[in-house]
Design a protein around this ligand. Structure first.
Ligand code: DX5
Length: 236
């Protein structure tokens, strides 16, 4: 974490983290649903930014980050599923992101992008799609504060969990250890629910992004969050 971090950046939560993805929220009630999730113990929020190019979907962008920043002190994790992320890192940092994640596959100069995120005072994350090998991060493990192992192909919520991506969690942690580094936290993102989360936790994941199983499942946000946390706690 660079010394020049923005004073306003929230400290990244550690340990078991449940991170609702607002992709699945009701945008007519976004502030209320975020507040409800906060009250029910959500540790941080993921904001999925999609450009319709890098992924076949368009979602949300800077105005949503700015609006949420104004109403919550929760840790905001901005997941850039966009081409040329370097063009927008500064804007999302200024909008209030605490963590900015770029995709290894979309970043033309990953080392530079990660350095820029940290120089702006934010935590730096990098995401790997299910087909992208862990080894693609071998030269930047000292530059990341979080690694995202995508357990779906990016672009949509409500997809089926790709279990084949899970062993990558262990491989990435071991790669860091083999280099004498403290392994950064590994986040899993996509198809995470009380059945799949324990599988990822057993492999060493500690940050769990969940959209549909928090905002869409019938028991309601508080009960859904509790079920997710209860499913993981024994593994952590
Ligand atoms: C995919 C998105 C989703 C979202 C979570 O591009 O990144 O993974 O955050 O979606 P659910 O939890 O509905 O699978």
């Amino acid at each position: 974490m660079s010394d020049a971090r923005r004073s306003s950046v929230q400290t990244m939560p550690t340990g078991l983290v449940i991170a609702p993805s607002i992709l699945a929220a009701d945008y007519a009630r976004l502030g209320a649903e975020v507040a409800e999730a906060e009250a029910a113990g959500a540790d941080w929020f993921q904001i999925d930014v999609m450009d319709g190019h890098y992924v076949p979907n368009i979602s949300i962008g800077l105005p949503v980050v700015e609006s949420l920043r104004a109403v919550t002190d929760s840790f905001l994790d901005v997941h850039l599923m966009i081409d040329n992320p370097e063009a927008f890192i500064q804007d999302f940092a200024a909008a209030g992101a605490d963590l900015i994640t770029v995709h290894q596959e979309a970043s033309r100069h990953l080392q530079g992008d990660l350095q820029q995120i940290r120089e702006l005072g934010c935590y730096a994350g990098v995401a790997l799609n299910p087909s992208t090998p862990a080894d693609t991060l071998s030269e930047v493990l000292n530059l990341v504060d979080l690694i995202v192992v995508m357990t779906v192909n990016p672009g949509f919520g409500g997809q089926k969990f790709i279990a084949e991506a899970v062993p990558k969690v262990e491989r990435l942690r071991q790669m860091a250890i083999d280099r004498g580094l403290t392994p950064p936290p590994v986040q899993v993102d996509g198809g995470i629910d009380p059945t799949t989360a324990p599988v990822a936790a057993a492999a060493g994941a500690t940050v769990f992004v969940a959209g549909s199983s928090v905002f869409r499942w019938p028991d309601g946000i508080a009960a859904n969050l509790r079920a997710l946390r209860d499913s993981i706690a024994p593994q952590i």
